[in-house]
Design a protein around this ligand. Structure first.
Ligand code: HEM
Length: 456
């Protein structure tokens, strides 16, 4: 066994017992996973009642399957999720339900042809080469902050795929900073909403951050929209396909506002999650020097990187999958009961929030051996195949499963392979602390040392 196979990366120590309502409010304003207690990781279903909401967390695997797959229409996305993302994304396919979701999905689906793996590889490679240039231009005697770097490369990839444009350093940083502010305000707002407390000035802080992000996107989309409607001009990218999309029943195109919402959603869903996962994956690798050599051996025999060679990097892919297990960027999936339900012999009233949590399921004590240990080899272990099938859902499950799963995996394996090929990573500073807001991120930036291979 390699020494680094015993590595248990940081996560918040669970409380000994369930917190009081006040404790949950105080911890929850900052990060949902910080409210969890020991039994949260072994129980089948948890319940919290507040002044404003009945909230259930479901870990029972048969119920998870029922809610996300078999009866997904009876458990739509919770309206609170729409409310908290609305200032940034308006009405969009991530948070909409029913006929609105069906219409938006039918109009957006053709645009996903641009994320097909062979088609998107060149775009990804160009953005990853730009990333390598940025790294080599840095003073590598100093620790490198990886969160911003990973946000830049993933935002650049999706920006090029949606809009055929590169994203420069200044705008990438502005998006990163404003989304962090948005997440911070949003986590506090949602906790206030759950506890029935007015969020006061937080709404202003949230809207300001949302406006700053939209200000970077909307003028670009509006210019293309007006050009397209004036002379039918389009480009071969996601926005070009969305401009041509027509609603199945009315044959109407997207109005400008709705188009901006869908692009903002695709842009955010398409980079923030990948950036978070890659940041954690690089940290995990930095803590495991032997594993870096295993990946290096896998990657260096491949020659030229391509969509085909990337698929052969099973160990690199398993590092990414294990990073997604330990640090799922979307750590909870909130659903709403549309009528009274009976779940595990409990009456769950209409309007309750029923949450499926990749964070809890993927660390569940009754499902996984050594649930908190970093072990990418578990993905090749037949004894863990059923856990992976039923309790591993970083991309969700059922009809609302992530449409960008293949795209994100290809992009992550490419970024990891490109970095491991050229650098050895070592950790610096204090161990990171995960905090769960809209996505799961380290509380403060993760800094690593990038030592070019071939130097000591
Ligand atoms: C590591 C990267 C990613 C992770 C962990 C992730 C995770 C998820 C999860 C968990 C959901 C389902 C949420 C729920 O059921 O409530 C989702 C949905 C979605 N994701 Fe991703 N995602 C990633 C990358 C991407 C990328 C690259 C794109 C676009 C290119 C994308 C686009 C979407 C869209 C459009 C939906 C909504 C699908 C629908 O409801 O119809 N995601 N994602």
């Amino acid at each position: 066994m390699r020494e680094d196979e015993k590595f248990v990366p940081p996560y918040p120590t669970p409380h000994k017992s369930k917190l009081s309502a006040l404790g949950r409010f105080i911890y929850g304003r900052d990060s949902w996973i910080h409210t969890l207690f020991e039994k949260s990781y072994s129980m089948q279903m948890g319940h919290v009642r507040t002044r404003a909401l009945d909230l259930y967390v479901v870990n029972d695997l048969a119920l998870v399957e029922e809610i996300t797959e078999r009866r997904s229409n009876d458990f739509p996305k919770h309206h609170l999720q729409h409310d908290i993302l609305c200032p940034l994304l308006g009405s969009n396919i991530f948070t909409s339900n029913g006929p609105t979701w069906e219409r938006q999905r039918a109009m957006i689906d053709p645009a996903f042809a641009h994320t097909r793996l062979e088609r998107s590889f060149d775009t990804m490679e160009a953005a990853v080469n730009a990333l390598l240039h940025r790294i080599t231009a840095m003073d590598l005697n100093q620790p490198v902050s990886v969160d911003g770097l990973m946000t830049h490369v993933t935002a650049d990839i999706i920006f090029r795929t949606i809009l055929s444009r590169q994203l420069d350093e200044k705008n990438a940083q502005a998006i990163f900073d404003n989304f962090m502010r948005y997440q911070d305000a949003t986590q506090k707002i949602i906790t206030c909403r759950i506890y029935g407390i007015p969020p006061l000035f937080l709404g202003r802080q949230q809207r300001k951050a949302a406006a700053a992000i939209r200000a970077l996107l909307v003028p670009l989309i509006a210019a293309r929209y007006h050009e397209h409607h004036a002379d039918g001009k389009d480009q071969d990218d996601i926005l070009g396909t969305l401009l041509k999309a027509r609603a199945p029943e009315t044959n109407e195109p997207f109005a400008l506002e709705e188009l901006c919402n869908q692009v903002a959603m695709l842009f955010l869903a398409g980079h923030e999650t990948s950036a978070s996962a890659l940041t954690w994956a690089l940290y995990l690798l930095a803590r495991c020097p032997d594993l870096q050599e295993v990946l290096y051996a896998e990657i260096s025999t491949a020659g030229q990187l391509s969509a085909v060679t990337l698929r052969q990097f099973s160990q690199t892919r398993n590092v990414f999958r294990e990073a997604l297990r330990l640090y799922p960027p979307v750590s909870f999936l909130p659903r709403e009961t549309v009528r009274d339900e009976c779940l595990r012999d409990k009456t769950v009233h209409k309007g309750a929030m029923v949450t499926i949590s990749p964070w809890l399921l993927q660390r569940h004590r009754r499902v996984w051996p050594q649930p908190d240990t970093f072990n990418p080899d578990r993905f090749g272990d037949p004894a863990q195949a059923s856990a992976i099938r039923d309790a591993y859902l970083p991309f969700g499950k059922g009809p609302r499963i992530c449409v960008g799963q293949g795209f994100a995996t290809q992009e992550a394996v490419l970024v990891l392979a490109a970095i491991v090929r050229r650098f050895r990573l070592t950790p610096t500073g204090r161990p990171p602390e995960p905090v769960s807001r809209i996505t799961l991120r380290p509380r403060t930036s993760i800094t690593l040392r990038f030592v070019p291979r071939g130097t000591s």
